[in-house]
Structure formats: C-alpha cells, structure tokens
Design a protein around this ligand. Sequence first.
Ligand SMILES: [Zn+2]
Length: 214
Amino acid sequence: MLRIIIGNAFFGLLDLSVGGFIAYIAGITTGVTFNTFQYIAGSFLASSPDIDVAYMYLRKGRVYTNHHEFVTHRPIIGIPICFLVCWAIGGTTWGIIGGICVLWHYLHDTKDLFGGGIALFWPFSRNYHSILHKTVTPEESAMNTEHNATLDTIILRPGKKVVVETTASTIMLATVVGNTTNFAAAVAIAGFVWLNLICVWIIFKKRNELDNIP
Ligand SMILES: [Zn+2]
C-alpha cells in the first residue's frame, strides 16, 4: 500500500508541478495575483486525466487495464471539456489555463516525454504516435505493463525518468514558491522533495533486499 501511495505521488509530481507553474505564468501574463488555492487548481487540472487511475484503484485496488484507453485520455474530448468547464467557472483566463494544463498532460503521456504512449489523434488513429519513437498499437505499448511494477522499476529506484522529472518539478515548484513567498521557502520545498525521494529509494532498496526482489 505504501509502495503504491509513494510511487504514484512521485509518478504524478511533474504534472502537479507543471499545472501550478502554468497558473503562475498565467498570473504573470495577465497581471493578476493568484492565491495558493488557484495554484493548486492548476496542479489538479494538469493531473485531472489520471482520475481514471484513482477510479481503478478505488474499484479494484489496482490499475487493471490500460488507462490510456479510457475516455479521459482522449485529447479531442478532454481538452474542449476542460476548457469549457474552466471557462464556465473562472472565465476566459481559466478556460485557457485548463486547456493548456490537460494538453500538457497528454503530451507528457507520449513516449517522447517519458509516458507510456497515448492515442493523440484518436478517433483518426488508435495508435500511439510520438516524434522520437516508432508508432505502436495500444497492445504493443508500454501501457500494457502492470502499473505497480512500473512504479517499482522507474520511480522507487534511481533512474532517468524519476531523476529528470523530479529535477524539473523542483525547479518549477521552487520558482513558484520562491516568487510568491521567499527564497528560504523555495530552498525548503526543493530540499524536502529530494530528501524524501532519496529516503524512499534507500527504504525500498532495503525492502527489496529483504524480500529478495532484484
Ligand atoms: Zn495520463
């Protein structure tokens, strides 16, 4: 259980950070001072398509199928819906923030940005396209790997994805926190994230050794 909560927290950290950062940039661009709740709203919006993961955990306690095949991961549906809902609640600025946040999420789900692949052009193509990797069918994609196993291999031990994404996340988090509060708070949040991640790696390495997991 701890594995799943911590693994998914770091798995979703970049989307949360980018969402807050998009709200921050929108605030600068429009000259409006946002409050903490609005930065958190940006984080939530950039993570919102993964509501299907939460649904599966609540329903069966695991991600039991390729969640990128759910309607929540269809950009042609998700982007306009998010734009309209945010626009209805918060006006044009928030409509645009919502649209950009979910667009970011879908791009992050492509293989080029460390995702497992996504059908960006559905319903015109069901395949997972990306620029740097070959096009694959959903069945051939990395999304067919068991999600909990993915957490074990790419989040709970040091690796390219987790290091690059956590570095990008802490830069964005520290920028937002530093510019809305003070420098000490920015350093504190960056230190907090990395200290936690390194502790997580050490703890799970020990646990894997005890359980004889390679
Ligand atoms: Zn996703």
